[in-house]
Structures are given as structure tokens and as C-alpha cells.
Ligand binder design. Structure first.
Ligand SMILES: Nc1ncnc2c1ncn2[C@@H]1O[C@H](COP(=O)(O)OP(=O)(O)O)[C@@H](O)[C@H]1O
Ligand SMILES: [Mg+2]
Length: 456
């Protein structure tokens, strides 16, 4: 059967015996550089057998279910990642998780999930939305297609008429597409489940669902400009949940001063690099990013270290709870791992909000600094995935990654004092802190070699 044509079907061979790791990828950006430069890794094309595949989600959708994979083989997505990475499903799962927490642990615990803006799925929750809309006259809402990226298809509104126009348009398109393709069930959401990709376009979807979400009208501004944060989380397993947080990330700034007077101006309101790059004020050299370290220092100098600690702890809470909300829903498969890009917006009260989680965060570099960040991020991802079989599995840190959750919270081993005031031990996260990854990796691999020698 051609579909089952061996993916890593070097049956019977032990992991250590494999001299070369055969990789495949559909992307061409910093990832290709990292994979090609990795010692002992060789690229395979077309139908060649592979041990490691960094695929896009459309490949996964079409092929995963009929691809045989050997024990050691690894692939860069979970089968139903969309439960977290599609805007409507993410919210559905978070709402369900919040209810469950309320039942099992009480209101206070459930309130720890209040980090996503009020959201309705459209058109199916249209009437609920209208009810909410009427309760809060004058506020701003944002409409976002559930499965597109890079700010495409988004608009802000304050009048119900705008949504009614949108609805008429969607209903009209839906009817037309059904008439044009009577054999295809275009309204079945499962047919468009995985349609989200990194840089790929999803504009060919005949019927599109949206979410209507409360717009955060009071974003924290720096130099009068709005920004959001991109943070990377690596999940190695859902059952048990095992997740790593990367120290580096960045803030993405808008080029235009923030105002609520021009809600139609995407350069003011959407911080996606893909949007800002096309702005007339964009300077390719200056770019529109700050590394997280710079951002953290800036905040500390203005608000003091405690406020910053609290903000970053609240962000850790977002990463862990969002993963917990899907940990029983996502099909855990030992072949799968996933590197997520979280979009976090901070408001002027220093409260972080979760906007969305990306299954295929952009790996294209927009500057030299960005290239370095992404290259290191990917190198460290491959270290954690550990095709080479070098780790013991007990590591709490690998390069820029800190183990954040391992079937439970992971505490810092350095015995740092608890500044959280909760009496909990300090969690093992260092977002926006110094990332001396090179030194750490050197020490780690040195000591692993010593252990190996000692045991052989
Ligand atoms: N609820 C919101 N409040 C304020 N700004 C938002 C909100 N949702 C999205 N944005 C802005 O729009 C941008 C794109 O939204 P996002 O949900 O990340 O969709 P996309 O998949 O197109 O990136 C965000 O990076 C942020 O700048
Ligand atoms: Mg986004």
C-alpha cells in the first residue's frame, strides 16, 4: 500500500544504531537552515523515508491517518491541534474548562481562567452575541475569521448594522457555495477544521466562521503605540501534559499611535508583522519588534520588579491553563510534538489577555535579531525533541527552554525564595530573563557524555 510506504520503517533497529536522521520539511525559512545544519541529519525529498517531519497542518490533515510511523519517528503537530489553535475551539474549550473548575474547585479557581476576552462564535451564537452587545452600548468589538492568520479578514465595529451586513454577506456566500457544489458539505465544520497554517492562505474557504470578541480598548502603550507579545511554548505530550516555555520572544508594535477614533485603521489596531510591514511608516531596518528581555526591563524600570513578576506569573497561568483546557481533548500521540506561538495582549492595568494560539508561528525572520532568535528557538526545539537520544528525560532546562509543566508544576531547583505571596514554590519559568543557552547546552551535553561514559 503506497500510503503506508515506510516512514522510518527501519524496523527492528534501535535508536542508537541510527547514524543518520532523515528529515523532511515543507517549509523554507529559518527552519530549513537549522535542519540542514544539524550534525548527522540528512534531508529527504519526495517519497523518501523519513524519521522526522516538520510538516504543515494541511499535510497532516490529508495524510496523518494513513501514515504508518515507527516508534522513533517524530512529527511537528498533534492530529487535532485545532482544538487549541482555532479561535472558536480555543474559546469553547476554555469555557468548558472554566465550568469544570467551578464545579470541582469553586469560583476562585475558575476565575483563574478569566484571561480571554468575551467571545461568541458567529454565526451560530449570533443571538447570544446580540444580547451581550445590547447590554454594553458603545463598546468596541472585533470580528475575526476562526482559521485565518496574519490579521486577514479582521474588522472592528461598534454598530450592530456592521455585523448584520457581514451576516448577510456570509449567508449569501453560503447559499451560493451550496448551490454551486451540491455534492460537498460545505457547512460541516469538520471539513474546514485544519485550515489554519503558518504563511499559507486560507482565503479559498467557501464558508467562513468568525468569532466576535470584545476589543481590548485600553492596551498598555509604549511610546503611544499598541503591541502584543509572541511567546513560544513547546508541548511534548498531552497525556501526561509536558510543556516547555522558551525564554525569548518579542513584542510586536504598531507603527501608528493608538487611538479609538479610527477603528477602521488596521495599522493602529492590528499588531501583526504581516500588517505593519505594509504600512507607509514601516522602516525595514528598525522593524517593529522588541525582544522580551528589553520589554521586561522597560516594565521593571517603570513599575518595579514585583509588578513585573506578577504580570509574568499571570502569563504562566495562561499557558498552563490553556493547555489544561485541551489536555484531554487533544489526541496524545508519542510521535507528535508542537511548537505553539501564543499571542498575548497586555492592558494598562498590566493584565495579560490571551488572543490566540498559533500552530504554525511564523518562522520567517524579519531582521538579523529575529533570525537569531528563531534559529536558536528551533535548535533548542530539536534538542528537546531529542531524535539523537542524548537526554535522560529528567532535564528541567534545555538551552532556552525551561520545563514548565510535567504532569504538575515544576519547581525551580535553585531554591529561589517565593515572592509570589501564595506560599507556592516558585515555578520553573524564566520568560524574558537572560537566555545564556549556549553555556547551558555546553554544560548539559558535557555532563551527559560523562554520565554515558561512566555507565558504559
Ligand atoms: N480582542 C482584541 N482586543 C484588542 N486587540 C486585538 C484583539 N484581538 C485581536 N487583536 C489585535 O489583532 C491582531 C490579530 O488578531 P489575532 O487574534 O492574533 O488573529 P490573527 O490570526 O489574524 O493573527 C492581534 O495581534 C492584536 O493586535
Ligand atoms: Mg495572531
Amino acid at each position: 500500500n503506497q500510503n503506508y510506504k515506510g516512514h522510518g520503517s527501519s524496523k527492528g533497529k534501535e535508536r542508537e544504531q541510527r547514524a543518520l536522521i532523515r528529515f523532511k520539511t515543507t517549509l523554507s525559512n529559518t527552519l530549513t537552515d537549522v535542519l540542514r545544519n544539524r550534525p548527522g541529519w540528512v534531508e529527504v525529498k519526495d517519497e523518501g523515508e523519513w524519521d522526522f517531519y516538520w510538516c504543515d497542518v494541511s499535510w497532516l490533515r490529508e495524510n496523518f491517518d494513513h501514515t504508518y510511523m515507527d516508534e522513533h519517528v517524530r512529527i511537528s503537530h498533534f492530529r487535532n491541534h485545532y482544538e487549541l489553535t482555532r479561535k472558536n475551539y480555543m474559546v469553547k474549550n476554555l469555557k468548558r474548562f472554566r465550568k469544570q473548575l467551578e464545579r470541582e474547585a469553586g469560583r476562585l479557581e475558575a476565575a483563574k481562567c478569566d484571561f480571554f476576552p468575551k467571545t461568541f462564535e458567529m454565526p451560530c451564537e449570533y443571538h447570544l452575541f446580540v444580547e451581550e452587545f445590547r447590554k454594553n452600548p458603545g463598546i468596541t468589538w472585533i470580528m475575526k475569521p476562526v482559521a485565518r492568520s496574519q490579521g486577514k479578514g479582521i474588522f472592528l465595529f461598534r454598530r450592530l448594522k456592521d455585523v448584520m451586513d457581514w451576516r448577510k454577506g456570509t449567508a449569501g456566500r453560503r447559499l451560493a457555495s451550496l448551490e454551486a457544489q451540491p455534492a460537498r458539505n460545505t457547512v460541516n465544520p469538520s471539513s474546514s477544521h485544519d485550515t489554519r497554517g503558518s504563511d499559507d492562505q486560507k482565503d479559498d474557504m467557501p464558508v467562513e466562521n468568525y468569532v466576535a470578541q470584545r476589543y481590548i480598548e485600553n492596551p498598555y502603550l509604549i511610546g503611544g503605540r499598541k503591541f502584543d507579545l509572541r511567546v513560544y511554548v513547546l508541548v511534548m505530550s498531552y497525556l501526561p501534559l509536558r510543556a516547555w516555555l522558551y525564554r525569548d520572544g518579542f513584542a510586536r508594535f504598531s507603527n501608528t499611535r493608538f487611538t479609538l477614533n479610527s477603528i477602521d485603521d488596521q495599522y493602529v489596531h492590528l499588531t501583526n508583522v504581516a500588517v505593519q510591514k505594509t504600512s507607509p511608516d514601516y522602516h525595514p531596518k528598525k522593524g517593529c519588534k522588541w525582544m522580551l528581555q528589553r520589554f521586561r526591563q522597560y516594565l521593571a524600570s517603570r513599575h518595579g520588579p514585583e509588578a513585573v513578576e506578577a504580570l509574568f506569573r499571570d502569563m504562566d497561568n495562561i499557558f498552563v491553563r490553556s493547555l489544561q483546557s485541551v489536555h484531554k481533548v487533544i489526541i496524545s500521540d508519542k510521535h507528535c510534538f508542537e511548537l505553539y506561538g501564543y499571542d498575548i495582549l497586555i492592558d494598562e492595568d498590566l493584565k495579560p489577555w490571551l488572543l490566540e494560539v498559533n500552530a504554525s508561528p511564523s518562522l520567517t525572520a524579519s531582521s538579523q535579531e529575529d533570525y537569531e532568535l528563531k534559529t536558536c528557538l528551533l535548535e533548542d526545539t530539536l534538542h528537546v525533541v531529542d531524535m539523537e537520544g542524548r537526554l535522560t528525560g529528567r532535564e528541567k532546562r534545555v538551552g532556552g527552554f525551561d520545563l514548565m509543566w510535567n504532569d504538575g508544576p515544576v519547581s525551580r531547583e535553585d531554591g529561589a525564595p517565593d515572592t509570589s505571596g501564595t506560599g507556592n514554590s516558585v515555578t520553573n519559568t524564566h520568560l524574558g530573563c537572560i537566555n545564556n543557552r549556549k553555556e547551558q547546552l555546553r554544560q548539559l551535553f558535557c555532563s551527559l557524555q560523562v554520565q554515558k561514559k561512566a555507565s558504559s
